[in-house]
Design a protein around this ligand. Structure first.
Ligand code: ADP
Ligand code: MG
Length: 677
């Protein structure tokens, strides 16, 4: 059986193995079971529990092929007093011959009540004799792919296990101190667990053997991140010390004072920029905490030193808002700002690019367009990325490759929970703005079922009559942008009909940049009272007089997105309200999300809960597509291992231990991308 399955064309198997990430023997050895089947002991048919897979032995009484309703091989067996029927819908003629009366069959599977009595459908089976030994270890079941049988996969893995030394990369003293099992022993146990193993711990992946593998994986990640961090510290970047000319002038011109947290963030960044090594700092702060101003101060510091700065935002709307805000702040200081976006006319774009290349532009603001191949900076000293979480790692890298090694400031309102920042973001320095400017009133959130839409409409009308402004956010339709656009336009028409007395506007992603800007300007100038919008307003939009937001189909939205959206109101001193309209029935997940967003206004707490609900893989999601995901460790559940790995990584690097190379080689070998982030 085994030989037959494994003997296909060699390249065919190699291709299939590659498909599940097995390129060499080590990959095979580290391809760990999903679960196990217990074929180490026999269960009497009389003792079988429904729904629980078991290993049975029974004698064939008769076998027959039925043709109705479908061609089926049916075999009747007997175990003591008890009868068992097995059925096969697809079978070979040779199979029927195996079931000659009197033969003993060993079967593994679930027994269910069937048409004839107790039955098993398509069980795993083989013909045995009375003294055929039972297996000594649990039978692993591996994750596989179509066309690659368990037995073929298992023999590839067995070959690897039998030929690889699987030596330990860590010193015995370290293992002892951290109470870790040996590497080889751990790998072997996971592939061939003895019959007396703690099966629950195996399944839960808390068994010491699992912990050893998780630890190794985390350690490799920590080492790689730290190495990347050190390599960056060895690179050269322009020194841009705070000259206090432009920066002080900006602070003086503001109608408000910086918050304590803004001052601290500014001081840390000012110090980074004065170093001759590239800064990679992530500035985190909840929605509305005033990150833009801190970014402006950093940009001015570059400009003061005769270098250029660039600010990139993920959407046209946000980039444009930044452009307007920065012009307002920096024009009086004589700083030359230019605007670059995909929607610029060819001639305007050429002029902008020329001015950037000649160094006339001191600060360039724009979308992704800023980092395309045709953009060349004369002297780029600082690159700022707003809403960093919306960009992929590749874009982060593309940015790094522009004009030497500029300093980088990344900003994000989606906070990174501690475990994540210790692992995936360990190559960055992080500063947190932990307070909002004074005088803000927290947004009150209400959950309202769609059946009570009328009350919401009344509320919108009243607020707008009293001089406030409101957003009406259309549902997010992930599958289709066209559909989303259609809904937005329909909602806009409905709103105009519902509120003939109000001025209603519409903004969505498909509008031309100039049109968008026009709508936003009108909203700012209070010429629009109710703004129907798609989630394009999710980030950055800043209209303090808007104090009411209605979000449709809130049950479809992610937590981070709802928090960001809600942050568009509550920007002034007036009490603001976010109404989350939801449709019944709610899934369990949607119910939990709505509960979190209702109960908390703290972005960090929301992110923590989000991580818990979704798990880190999804949390990092497509946006961080370049982020190497862990295969074994679960950074949310294995926090203690993350901490331990971090500690050891530091020690090993400080001691320049030869184990560093051994360990990184084993775990990252071809996966060099860990090192690039
Ligand atoms: P975010 O951190 O979400 O990017 P912004 O930078 O857009 O927040 O700031 C939100 C609003 O707060 C803006 O209107 C900004 O001008 C204002 N702001 C920033 N800093 C202060 C401050 N220290 N005092 C009062 N208002 C401030
Ligand atoms: Mg912002």
């Amino acid at each position: 059986m085994k030989a037959a399955a494994a003997s296909g064309s060699k390249t065919g198997i190699a291709t299939l193995l590659e498909k599940i990430g097995i390129r060499g023997k080590l990959d095979a050895a580290l391809h760990l079971p999903l679960r196990y089947e217990d074929e180490t002991r026999l269960t009497r048919l009389a003792d079988v529990k429904p729904g629980e897979p078991a290993l049975l032995e029974a004698e064939v009484v008769e076998s027959k092929v039925l043709f109705r309703p479908r061609r089926t091989l049916v075999v009747k067996l007997i175990d003591g007093e008890h009868e068992l029927w097995i059925r096969f819908l697809n079978f070979y003629p040779s199979q029927q011959k195996q079931f000659t009366p009197g033969r003993l069959i060993r079967l593994f599977g679930e027994v269910r009540p069937g048409f004839f009595g107790d039955e098993m459908v398509h069980p795993k089976y083989r013909v045995v004799s009375r003294d055929t030994p039972l297996s000594k270890s649990l039978t692993p079941v591996y994750p596989t792919t179509a066309g690659l049988s368990q037995s073929a996969l298992k023999s590839a893995i067995d070959r690897a296990l039998d030929t690889l030394a699987l030596e330990d990369t860590l010193d015995p003293a370290v293992l002892k101190k951290l109470k870790l099992r040996a590497f080889r022993e751990s790998v072997m146990l996971l592939h061939r667990p003895p019959s007396d193993v703690d099966a629950h711990a195996l399944e839960e992946r808390t068994h010491p053997a699992w912990r050893r593998l998780k630890f190794d994986e985390l350690l490799a990640q920590q080492l790689a991140m730290r190495i990347a961090y050190r390599e960056r510290r060895a690179k050269v970047a322009p020194r841009l010390p705070d000259q206090h000319t432009l920066t002080n002038a900006l602070v003086k011109s503001l109608p408000f004072a910086l918050t304590r947290a803004q001052k601290q963030a500014h001081a840390v960044i000012a110090k980074d920029l004065a170093q001759p090594h590239p800064m990679r700092r992530l500035l985190q702060g909840d929605v509305g905490s005033g990150k833009t101003l801190v970014a402006a101060l950093a940009a001015l510091q570059a400009v003061e030193n005769g270098w250029q700065a660039a600010l990139m935002a993920p959407t046209e709307i946000l980039a444009e808002q930044h452009f307007l805000k920065f012009k307002h702040w920096l024009d009086p200081l004589g700083v030359k700002i230019c605007w670059v976006s995909g929607s610029l006319k060819a001639r305007d774009k050429r002029l902008a690019l020329e001015s950037i290349a000649k160094g006339q532009t001191q600060l360039a603001i724009g979308t992704h367009a800023l980092f395309q191949d045709d953009v060349h900076f004369d002297k780029l000293g600082l690159a700022i990325v707003d809403e960093q979480h919306r960009f992929g790692v590749e874009q982060r890298l593309a940015l790094a490759s522009k004009g030497g090694e500029p300093h980088q400031l990344m900003m994000s309102a989606t906070p990174i929970p501690r475990t994540l920042s210790m692992s995936y973001f360990a190559d960055l320095d992080v500063t947190v703005i932990d307070e909002l400017p004074p005088g803000r009133t927290p947004v009150v959130t209400k959950l309202v079922s769609e059946e009570r839409r009328d009350e919401v409409i009344t509320r919108v009308r009243e607020s707008c009559r009293e001089g406030a402004q409101a957003y009406w956010v259309c549902p997010l339709i992930e599958e289709s942008e066209v559909l989303q656009l259609k809904t937005a336009i329909e909602t806009f028409e409905t709103m105009k009909a519902t509120f003939p007395d109000l001025k209603v506007g519409l903004v969505h992603g498909r509008l031309k940049a100039a049109e968008k800007a026009q709508v936003m300007e009108a909203f700012k100038a209070k010429k629009i009272q109710l703004l129907v919008a798609t989630s394009v307003i999710e980030v950055g939009v800043d209209v303090p007089n808007a104090t009411l937001m209605v979000i449709e189909h809130a049950e479809r939205m992610g937590l981070a997105q709802m928090h960001q959206l809600r942050g568009r109101v509550g920007r002034g001193t007036q009490r603001s309200l976010a109404i989350l309209l939801y449709y019944q029935p709610l899934s369990e997940m949607a119910r939990m999300r709505l509960k979190v967003i209702y109960e908390s206004t703290d972005g960090f707490e929301i992110a923590r809960q989000d991580l818990q609900l979704r798990g880190p893989g999804e949390y990092l999601g497509a946006r961080q597509s370049g982020a190497p995901l862990l295969r074994f460790a679960d950074i949310d559940r294995d926090t203690d291992l993350v901490e331990a790995a971090r500690g050891l990584a530091e020690e090993m690097l400080a001691a320049q231990s030869p184990a560093v190379i051994r360990h990184v080689d084993r775990w990252l070998g071809s996966r060099q991308f860990y090192l690039k982030a």
